[in-house]
Write a protein that binds this ligand. Sequence first.
Ligand SMILES: Cc1cc2nc3c(=O)[nH]c(=O)nc-3n(C[C@H](O)[C@H](O)[C@H](O)COP(=O)(O)OP(=O)(O)OC[C@H]3O[C@@H](n4cnc5c(N)ncnc54)[C@H](O)[C@@H]3O)c2cc1C
Length: 566
Amino acid sequence: MLQAKSVFDAEYKTTRKPLQPRWGHYTCLTFIGICCDKLGKMTDAAIYIPQGSGSVYRKGMARAGLASVTGKKRMSDKKVIVIGAGLGGLSAAISLRQAGYAVEIFEKNAKIGGKLNVLKEHGYTFDLGPSILTLPHIFERLFDRSGRKMADYIHIRALRPHWRNFFEDGVTLDLYPEPEKMAAEARKVGEPPENIHRFLKYSADLYDLTNDGYFEQGLDRWQDFAKHYGAFTFFQFDLFRSMHQAVASHLKTRYFRDIFDFFIKYVGSSAYSAPAFMNSIPTIQFRYDLWYVDGGLYNIALGLQRLMNELGIQIHLNNEVNEVQREGARVSGIVANGTFHAADIVVSNMEVIPAYEKLLREDRTFIASLEKKYEPACSGLVLDIGLDCQYPQLAHHNFFFSGHQKEHFAAVFEKHQLPEDPTIYVVAASKTDSTVAPVGCDCLKILPHIPYIDDAHPLTREDYLRFKERIMDKLEHMGLTDLRKHVVFEYVWTPLDIRANYHSNKGSIYGVVSSRWKNLAFKAPKQSTLYPNFFFVGGSVNPGGGMPMVVLCGQNVAKKIVAWDR
Ligand SMILES: Cc1cc2nc3c(=O)[nH]c(=O)nc-3n(C[C@H](O)[C@H](O)[C@H](O)COP(=O)(O)OP(=O)(O)OC[C@H]3O[C@@H](n4cnc5c(N)ncnc54)[C@H](O)[C@@H]3O)c2cc1C
């Protein structure tokens, strides 16, 4: 297994690294643990006790920190219900269990993972949802904090190149985190390598700033921001430019402008309306690398499922929640498949707007106020095709660029139309993993970003299928010759399927759009503004969509609940 480390790591400021335990630390932690354990025993909190190194510390801290000495309900007696088993819901459930709560999950579908989904057909395995893993250290915390090692559950490897970029004029450029390799790619099209270097330094500074508060502290409100950052630091977020304006100010060629603009794909927004600080995204890839999960990304869900079984978290599959019940100013539980289940705290992994609308049936004025601020991010057309051949020119991840990317963004995000000439993402996991396709064959996941569903003027499945033909035309014309002739299996998912399967708002795939004008890239807060014991997790709340962000959100919402519940 390749364990690559980005060379950019050494060059750019790094954020605080997780504590690497040594014997001295263990001795110290064990001592603190024993003291806390004694204190804890006096209050007799029955909580989950993790196995392995450091467990005395965790057990003691948990007993001391979580047991009630006031006669209030103990944390271990408090029940949290999580609505939805997407990655955000799973992360929240695991983190709350680690904090001592009794946790149950209710999921409408027959399997966990939500948009992290898989399709296995005719010897091909497709990631129906995410195919790029970034920031694996955020996932590792779920295992570390349970006294386990992620490597025992999920096998990951770094990819080279990160992506291959195809342009209409035949130019092909690869992305590498190693500066000398990246410089060679830049020189191919006359982009001075120092421009890329300068841009990535700018990106790293923005990432460190964003990570320090917005990500790691789970900041939700302006007041929290002002307190954490202070007025002066706030301006370091490059507040007065769009993402594209900042990219264009650093990079000279159309090729690299298009490539770095398209990093906004990670959150399904437009580089022309997203704020400049979204240029922090390339650092996620260039500093922390881009990863594949052996066997396909759904193995993340299977690894988490094993962890949850070990932690005693109960999951009710095929259980759609139809209502969240209220008692005065609080929520009292949920109704799933016609049965009421009481809870002290409810966490919704169903997105904010659908949850308020469908589960709490809040009035139209309230919903309209949310819709104004929290417009959905884009949706996508997911086209999975199994081929009877391989295309050697493809890398694992590929982007076929629009000849007019500004128009692509305008069509999807302003006019809400299917783009004439979209930028298309093509994943060929068979380049890395021989288990996902028959020998000598490729399996491709093709994903153009397209507008979310407009319920006033909805497109039909036939409209989307006509658009699919446009995609196939473009790929054939850009070098995947005779693609249609080599298809032996095809599966198409439209925004209508995405909404029906995950109840995402208007079929969005990344939660809420990041827009300078609508929300300055802020999403909804994690704690309900209406009911104090009702919380949200996932792409529609801060810090937003993408796998690592919703996993971080799950950890942060648990922290928030513990602090609120104290
Ligand atoms: C095609 C596609 C490609 C993507 N590519 C990437 C990528 O490469 N890298 C990346 O990091 N991210 C990617 N993403 C985004 C990423 O998948 C999401 O941001 C993330 O998985 C969302 O997790 P979540 O927990 O917020 O929501 P979801 O995964 O949507 O989970 C919500 C869960 O709640 C359940 N639910 C909803 N309502 C109810 C109810 N009333 N009762 C019971 N259950 C309910 C749903 O069934 C679902 O299981 C992609 C997404 C898609 C769709």
